[in-house]
Design a protein around this ligand. Structure first.
Ligand code: 1GP
Length: 248
């Protein structure tokens, strides 16, 4: 993406259409040789942006971001598990703080370590309140961060977290059930959180079919993220169905 205003681009996506669709590529689960074709198909399917990252990376992120950028004009947005998951080849970074947890390292520690590199790499930081919800199984985020997710039946706890994110000046809220979650974030929790905030709401984790994605949008999600389902049975047709369902 030529300009460095990815947040503005995301806001325009929401002005133009019902909601936005983001595809997550986790380098640990995607062969780099697949990336050129995948990037072209993602763009052709009507996906709005690409998230790149994962909870634990053992591979070099640079060639993945570089390859994706060569093949698509869509924004490449880093979705880091920690401060080492950075590359200059992306456009922006979800500058997340894991606000559902009480681990200072994921609230502010990793962010401090990453800040000079974000500046050096010229990445656009998008401050994001990251809220982990119990997805029915133990997620990588839960394990890696050493934090407990918010219980699924407690929208009354999730909503003030999201409101606090907005009051702290964050620009997005991400409700995360965890990659490969058994259950996605519950509809009533999405509705409750959405009723409390004015900033865009991202929902991801365990969304496996376009109908589910459309349902989450109906309950208030502004952006839907899918990762696993496309890594497992990724096809152009499926991505297009997701994009169409989300865009309404
Ligand atoms: C994970 O929300 C994303 O951070 C996507 O989850 O892999 O379950 O689609 P899935």
């Amino acid at each position: 993406m030529a300009s460095k205003c990815v947040l503005q681009y995301l806001r325009e996506v929401l002005e133009k259409q019902n909601a936005g669709y983001l595809v997550l590529i986790d380098p640990e689960k995607c062969e780099i040789d697949r990336c050129p074709k995948l990037a072209r198909e993602i763009e052709r399917a009507g996906v709005d942006a690409i998230l790149l990252g994962g909870s634990l990376l053992t591979l070099d992120l640079h060639p993945f971001a570089e390859t994706l950028k060569t093949e698509t004009d869509l924004p490449i947005i880093l979705f880091p598990g920690d401060s080492m998951h950075l590359t200059a080849h992306a456009d922006a970074i979800l500058y997340t703080s894991l606000i559902s947890g009480r681990n200072p390292n994921y609230l502010i520690g990793e962010q401090v370590k990453a800040a000079p590199w974000i500046q050096r790499y010229g990445l656009e930081p998008i401050p994001t309140g990251y809220i982990l919800i119990d997805g029915g199984n133990r997620s990588a985020v839960e394990f890696m961060s050493g934090t407990a997710p918010i219980p699924r039946e407690k929208p009354d706890i999730a909503a003030p977290h999201a409101l606090a994110a907005q009051y702290l000046g964050m620009q997005l809220v991400y409700l995360e059930a965890g990659s490969g979650a058994e259950y996605p974030v519950p509809n009533l929790m999405i509705k409750s959180v959405k009723s409390q905030i004015d900033i865009p709401l991202i929902v991801g984790g365990g969304i496996r079919d376009p109908e589910c994605a459309a349902e989450k949008v109906r309950f208030g999600a502004d952006f839907i993220v899918t990762g696993n389902i496309l890594e497992k049975c990724g096809s152009f047709e499926l991505m297009k169905q997701f994009a169409d369902a989300v865009h309404g």
